[in-house]
Ligand binder design. Structure first.
Ligand code: COA
Length: 290
């Protein structure tokens, strides 16, 4: 039987059952398999994919919606992938056109790799910022405690306060992500001042690293206290993606042994700026979900 042309293959919703096929696709592109991350995205977000004529997935991407359930106020696109053997034949363009039209008038955002950027620009996405990916073993420094600020492990009772803070800073309701963090992350810590939560951060396992994200804090000293407290409780190298406007945090993290690995471009569609308060938003949960 002749194989059908790629342009006619249907686009379907992915489910949790597609997790290993998604990880295979990552691997095909030389990305780490990141099954734990795919698991979060496929359960909290909506996956879309195209089955390849030769088995496996030819293409995939995930959209995580934020805000109202019926009418989301923001959609974050991530894990846009086309298998190497099907590359440069319009598959990525077709899947992205489909996803953008499915999202109707919902504003969209994504972190673009240099590979993906031309396609997003063609679709009308505009550059609004940049994030620097850092990685490495954290070397504790001579940072004294931040006056009046303490960190501790989050408890179930903190959840309402975390959800309030997160929505204020992210600019949209992220309940479905934040409530998954206690199970998804190995550590979830809060920073407090006078019994009030002024920041929180998670460290979740990704291949051999711990990814620090989300990282939300009132100011840079609070962010450094959170990162240092997460680092003190893991032997793995850390990875994080920091908004380049947070120069002080970037300089501090580099002085503590983390190295710059890559830059990703923040792009939006339908809005000119991301909602929320960037001054308190230091790092996303993952660049694949905002
Ligand atoms: C980025 C990616 C999804 C594009 O998928 P694709 O099916 O190969 O892309 P298309 O054939 O639909 O091409 C769409 C346009 O993107 C651009 N493009 C795609 N691949 C490119 C490449 N390797 N170099 C430069 N531009 C490229 C071109 O403008 C292209 O249009 P053209 O072929 O008419 O010139 C695919 O290359 C991929 O999976 N890359 C690795 C993972 C990645 O970086 N994903 C993006 C995450 S943000």
């Amino acid at each position: 039987m002749p194989t059908p042309p790629l342009a006619t293959l249907p686009i379907r919703r992915l489910t949790f059952r597609d997790l290993s096929a998604c990880a295979d696709l990552s691997e095909d592109r030389g990305w780490p398999r990141e099954e734990h991350k795919w698991g979060l995205l496929l359960s909290a977000g909506k996956g879309y994919g195209i089955d390849g004529p030769d088995g496996g997935l030819a293409s995939a991407c995930v959209v995580t919606e934020y805000g109202g359930r019926e009418q989301p106020s923001l959609g974050a696109i991530g894990m846009v992938l086309v298998a190497e053997r099907h590359a440069r034949q319009g598959v990525g363009r077709r899947l992205m056109h489909y996803v953008v039209s499915t999202m109707d008038s919902t504003p969209l955002t994504l972190y673009a790799t240099p590979n993906g950027r031309p396609l997003y620009e063609e679709l009308g996405f505009k550059v609004t910022g940049r994030a620097e990916m850092l990685r490495g073993h954290f070397v504790p420094g001579a940072d004294g405690p931040v006056a009046g600020v303490s960190t501790r492990s989050a408890t179930a009772e903190d959840l309402p306060a975390l959800l309030r803070l997160d929505e204020e800073v992210f600019g949209a309701d992220r309940t479905h992500i934040v409530t998954r963090l206690p199970a998804f992350a190995d550590q979830l810590r809060v920073a407090e001042e006078d019994g009030r939560i002024i920041g929180y951060a998670a460290a979740w396992p990704n291949m051999n690293t711990h990814v620090v994200g989300p990282l939300i804090a009132r100011d840079t000293p609070t962010a450094t206290a959170l990162v240092a407290s997460l680092a003190a409780r893991t032997d793995r190298p850390l990875r994080t993606d920091i908004d380049v406007r947070h120069e002080e945090l970037l300089a501090w993290a580099k002085a503590r042994g983390l190295e710059s690995v890559a830059f990703n471009t923040v792009m939006t569609y339908g809005i000119t700026e991301l909602p929320g308060d960037w001054t308190r938003r230091f790092a996303p949960v993952t660049v694949a979900a905002g």
